[in-house]
Design a protein around this ligand. Structure first.
Ligand SMILES: [Zn+2]
Length: 167
């Protein structure tokens, strides 16, 4: 038997992580979750994983990607996921995409896209269409400003706080 020490390529490793995310997404269905799975990877290692738990936890934010990012932040003891890659079974919805931006993730790799999700009965594409194509006046949730003279007081307090941790 010859020693085969060749390291898997980046593409092979990402393929393996994606296989894992898709497997988690499929298993999630049998375990009462939604059909989504995600991993956060840093320096070639899986930091954390998550599957969709919206109905199981009565939590509309418990998408696989948000769950994986929350767990990764706990694991890394940081609110920043700079240097990390999100591997997700499906294209992130606008909430998960925003969370990834807030977390300063380096990259997102997805497999199924928003159209696949729509066929599966999920609103990702509809929400993308709302944000990208529809004025706020046409959204199902009304968003209104109540303009008060002291509306910037929280920001004034924040900017005046010398020991704040910027994020
Ligand atoms: Zn999402």
């Amino acid at each position: 038997m010859t020693a085969h020490t060749e390291e898997p390529s980046v593409e092979e490793r990402e393929r393996a992580w994606m296989d894992e995310a898709i497997r988690m997404a499929t298993d999630s269905v049998a375990n009462g979750g939604g059909p989504f799975g995600a991993l956060v990877v840093k320096d070639g290692e899986v930091v954390a994983a998550g599957n969709n738990q919206v109905t199981a936890n009565l939590d509309p934010t418990a998408h696989a990607e948000v769950s994986a990012m929350r767990a990764a932040c706990k694991q890394l003891n940081s609110f920043s996921l700079e240097g990390c890659v999100l591997i997700t079974s499906c294209e992130p919805c606008p909430m998960c995409l925003s969370t990834a931006l807030w977390a300063r993730l380096d990259r997102i790799v997805f497999s199924a896209d928003r159209n696949d999700a729509a066929v599966g009965g999920f609103d990702d594409r509809r929400f993308y269409d709302l944000f990208e194509k529809k004025p706020r006046s046409m959204w199902p949730t009304r968003v209104e400003q109540l303009d008060l003279p002291y509306r910037t007081a929280p920001f004034d307090a924040w900017l005046a706080k010398s020991d704040r941790v910027d994020y």
